[in-house]
Design a protein around this ligand. Structure first.
Ligand code: FMN
Length: 251
């Protein structure tokens, strides 16, 4: 960082020094266990949609708020969501999204999760300056600690900047966590969903970024997608899952 920028930032941070951690008062949730399991079992990867039933604006806002509140590594939030409602653009990506063919025609809402590329998740980038400065409001000392920790994380621990692909995949992992929050929040509200990876990434990116200019491909790529709406079918079968003993190691 240039020294003038650094001094300016330092001034702001010094002013914020006392506000490092605010005490957040949120009551401990005491919700019913059965309700949690009910929500988790109600959710299934919906294949056929009731095209006449639309999600209300209020419910959509709640689902998007659940996305916003998702955790991300270092809190960097390297993702964005396109809420793809334009029928023309939905049609344009259909040939390249076999996993969402019915959803693109019939689902009430369709989300495309974007993940940030290497330039944006390199420390000192305008995006990470925005996050650390404007969003986190890190004081000088915390900023320096962050830089040190993240540099080690990138270089030695997870090697996330060793290639463009590694960087994008790391951001995409964060986007998937956001998607999981969306799936859960939707089910909580009685709304159906289908997570979607069944698409040809480069073709979809060409349509969304180059043809329709929905994002800048220097900064973002497509990570995953999610259809949202109401089921137009009875789910074909009960949940199939491995027993816990097969999946969990207790030690
Ligand atoms: C990351 C991810 C990608 C998926 N991609 C698709 C997809 O493209 N099309 C589809 O119909 N289902 C897709 N699924 C749904 C899975 O097939 C489904 O979640 C799994 O079979 C378990 O069934 P359930 O979700 O109904 O319990 C995807 C699921 C995940 C988690």
């Amino acid at each position: 960082m240039k020294s003038s920028e650094h001094d300016k930032r330092k001034g702001t941070r010094d002013m914020n020094e006392k506000a490092i951690i605010e005490t957040v008062k949120v009551a401990q949730p005491k919700l019913r266990r059965e309700d949690l399991l009910h929500v988790l079992k109600y959710r299934y990867a919906t294949k056929a949609w009731d095209r006449d039933k639309k999600i209300s604006d209020e419910d959509m806002q709640t689902i998007l708020e659940a996305a916003r509140l998702a955790p991300t590594s270092f809190g960097f939030e390297p993702w964005k969501i396109i809420v793809l409602q334009d029928p023309e653009i939905r049609q344009a990506i259909r040939p390249y999204a076999w996993g969402a063919d019915a959803a693109l025609q019939d689902a009430s809402h369709f989300l495309v999760f974007l993940a940030r590329k290497k330039a944006d998740i390199t420390f000192g980038s305008p995006y990470l300056e925005h996050i650390t400065h404007d969003i986190m409001e890190l004081p000088e000392q915390a900023y320096n600690m962050f830089e040190k920790a993240y540099t080690g994380f990138c270089r030695d621990q997870h090697k996330i900047l060793e290639s463009d692909r590694a960087a994008f995949d790391w951001s995409a992992k964060q986007a998937y966590i956001v998607m999981a929050n969306v799936l859960f929040a939707a089910a909580y509200l009685g709304i159906d969903s289908c997570p979607v990876e069944g698409f040809t990434k480069d073709k979809i990116e060409t349509v969304l970024a180059n043809t329709y200019h929905l994002y800048d491909s220097e900064h973002f790529g497509v990570a995953c997608m999610t259809a949202l709406g109401y089921r137009g079918e009875v789910p074909h079968r009960d949940k199939r899952r491995r027993p816990l003993e097969e999946s969990i190691i207790w030690k």
